[in-house]
Design a protein around this ligand. Structure first.
Ligand SMILES: *[C@@H]1O[C@H](CO)[C@@H](O)[C@H](O)[C@H]1NC(C)=O
Ligand SMILES: *[C@@H]1O[C@H](CO)[C@@H](O)[C@H](O)[C@H]1NC(C)=O
Ligand SMILES: *[C@@H]1O[C@H](CO)[C@@H](O)[C@H](O)[C@H]1NC(C)=O
Ligand SMILES: *[C@@H]1O[C@H](CO)[C@@H](O)[C@H](O)[C@H]1NC(C)=O
Ligand SMILES: *[C@@H]1O[C@H](CO)[C@@H](O)[C@H](O)[C@H]1NC(C)=O
Ligand SMILES: *[C@@H]1O[C@H](CO)[C@@H](O)[C@H](O)[C@H]1NC(C)=O
Ligand SMILES: *[C@@H]1O[C@H](CO)[C@@H](O)[C@H](O)[C@H]1NC(C)=O
Ligand SMILES: *[C@@H]1O[C@H](CO)[C@@H](O)[C@H](O)[C@H]1NC(C)=O
Ligand SMILES: *[C@@H]1O[C@H](CO)[C@@H](O)[C@H](O)[C@H]1NC(C)=O
Ligand SMILES: *[C@@H]1O[C@H](CO)[C@@H](O)[C@H](O)[C@H]1NC(C)=O
Ligand SMILES: *[C@@H]1O[C@H](CO)[C@@H](O)[C@H](O)[C@H]1NC(C)=O
Ligand SMILES: *[C@@H]1O[C@H](CO)[C@@H](O)[C@H](O)[C@H]1NC(C)=O
Length: 393
């Protein structure tokens, strides 16, 4: 008999669960240039859209059904502020050590729109820097750690690699591509390069308006085509991206973060006409809406840590209530958590007891205490709920 091995692949299902939507996108049908679009989103929402995966692309595309043009998203190209070193170790740089630049006058110029990597040139200005396409294949200089607090560099000139491969080579064989902190180190590396143009560790990426570091890209065919330094999503092309001149006017996609639900939502006390609820705050910016029996109560964001307590009063005794708690951030609600709680039943015990005594003076305070203790034991009621009342009959 043959047996067949059947393997169920669950990866995709798990992936879908893990990437639950945490951003709510809004289409704003007012054409603005990119900087004005950014200000608008920051004023009324969180920021211009950041798009981190294909689920986000679908969410953006479904924000409007009757628009087929382009709309600004948060991605842009900043020629000044987006440069960073391959070696990302703050202790190596110290104060101001990441800011040294030695550009050839007129550089970086991003000619052709794809110059994201930096070469140290041999002529006409030995040791000066220029931005070039990362796909060029060049010799390179690696950083190999410090010896007696002096940075040690290694030249690799017997192979030429593109910037990414050079970075991989340096990371595998030494520490990283070379970082240059000042004029002295620039001279050391220029001498080491010895008349050859080499890669150094400086490079850049497009930036997201909200500072997020997502590397997800969704370019349209033929993009990026150095057609501008700001990016639109095209509703005519499944949400794919185009580079455009930042001065052009397009509608925009803003996003608001969907806050998480509050944790540990529970009822901590039930009286006849009130219920006390408690939950853990999300952070100081997240307020709450409590919904029950068709009413909504706004609860402001807590200014300290610790659980939030809310007592709901004017309730009916012995009744079950359903409470739903939403977290709220900039008018956007979380999915909500629901619990039920029951108010206490009203006091219903009336106990009649006949005791025959000769005169009132025969009943001492300790006799009364004894009777009370017996009643508490027999009824199971709490002492606070029990009141004794003696009447002559
Ligand atoms: C899309 O439809 C809405 C109302 O349904 C309208 O206000 C808006 O102007 C329309 N946008 C475009 C680009 O046609
Ligand atoms: C949408 O795409 C079609 C076909 O590519 C094109 O003819 C049309 O002009 C586009 N519409 C807009 C609004 O870009
Ligand atoms: C290190 O990485 C962070 C986050 O990606 C970035 O903001 C920072 O500029 C980098 N540091 C250097 C020296 O490139
Ligand atoms: C660098 O070379 C590798 C291997 O040939 C290639 O996969 C990669 O796309 C190249 N990167 C760039 C930026 O050209
Ligand atoms: C790189 O550093 C390692 C560890 O300090 C050392 O063993 C090696 O000799 C260095 N390589 C070069 C080429 O300096
Ligand atoms: C380049 O030189 C290094 C060090 O001299 C050597 O280990 C490496 O194998 C050489 N690589 C090639 C491709 O020749
Ligand atoms: C350059 O930086 C290195 C490492 O921080 C330091 O040892 C050296 O003194 C600096 N040189 C100058 C001229 O600032
Ligand atoms: C972008 O458009 C503005 C105004 O239309 C124009 O002055 C500017 O030169 C354009 N920039 C680029 C990089 O094309
Ligand atoms: C966008 O328009 C504003 C005026 O509304 C102007 O100040 C700003 O420079 C423009 N930005 C770009 C990138 O064109
Ligand atoms: C709360 O909002 C302020 C101002 O918008 C912001 O600076 C801060 O980072 C926010 N805090 C949290 C925990 O999100
Ligand atoms: C719920 O609300 C209605 C009116 O809004 C009120 O008549 C009713 O008594 C409430 N129910 C409870 C159980 O409190
Ligand atoms: C709760 O806040 C919302 C939004 O700020 C407001 O529209 C609503 O009137 C408030 N509800 C109550 C009961 O205060």
């Amino acid at each position: 008999m043959d047996y067949r091995l059947i393997v169920f692949v669950l990866t995709e299902a798990l992936f879908n669960v893990a990437s639950a939507q945490t951003l709510q996108y809004n289409f704003v049908d007012t054409p603005l240039n990119w900087t004005d679009a950014q200000s608008f989103c920051r004023q009324f929402y969180t920021d211009l859209a950041t798009i981190k995966n294909e689920a986000d692309v679908s969410a953006v595309v479904s924000t409007t059904s009757n628009y087929t043009g382009q709309a600004w998203i948060g991605l842009y190209d900043d020629l000044v502020n987006s440069w960073m070193w391959s070696l990302n170790d703050s202790s190596f740089y110290g104060e101001g050590g990441t800011g040294f630049r030695n550009w050839v006058p007129g550089q970086p110029n991003n000619v052709g729109g794809q110059q994201y990597c930096v070469e140290l040139i041999d002529s006409p200005l030995p040791g000066a820097w220029a931005d070039v396409e990362c796909s060029l294949e060049l010799p390179f200089i690696c950083y190999n750690g410090t010896i007696s607090a002096i940075a040690s560099f290694v030249k690799v000139t017997n192979i030429s690699l593109n910037w990414t491969e050079a970075q991989r080579y340096c990371r595998e064989n030494y520490v990283d591509l070379a970082s240059i902190r000042n004029e002295t180190e620039n001279s050391i590396i220029t001498n080491l390069a010895d008349g050859v143009t080499v890669w150094i560790g400086l490079h850049r990426d497009l930036l997201w308006s909200d500072g997020s570091t997502s590397l997800f890209l969704y370019w349209a065919n033929g993009q990026p085509a150095s057609s501008g330094q700001c990016v639109t999503t095209s509703f005519n092309d499944s949400g794919r991206w185009f580079e455009d001149n930042c001065s052009l006017s397009f509608p925009l996609i803003c996003y608001t973060e969907i806050p998480p639900n509050a944790g540990s939502f529970l009822s901590v006390a039930q009286a006849e006409t009130s219920i006390s609820l408690q939950w853990n705050p999300v952070n100081n910016n997240v307020s709450f809406v409590l919904q029950f029996n068709g009413t909504e109560t706004n609860i402001s964001a807590p200014d300290g840590g610790g659980p939030v307590t809310q007592t709901v009063s004017s309730l009916t005794a012995g009744t079950e209530y359903t409470f739903t708690l939403f977290s709220v951030l900039k008018n956007v609600r979380s999915s909500g958590v629901t619990i039920t709680a029951v108010t206490a039943h009203p006091l219903r015990y009336i106990v009649g007891l006949n005791i025959r005594i000769k005169s009132a003076s025969e009943l001492t305070p300790s006799d009364i205490d004894n009777i009370k203790t017996q009643l508490i034991r027999m009824s199971g009621l709490s002492p606070q709920l029990l009141s004794l009342n003696f009447q002559a009959v």
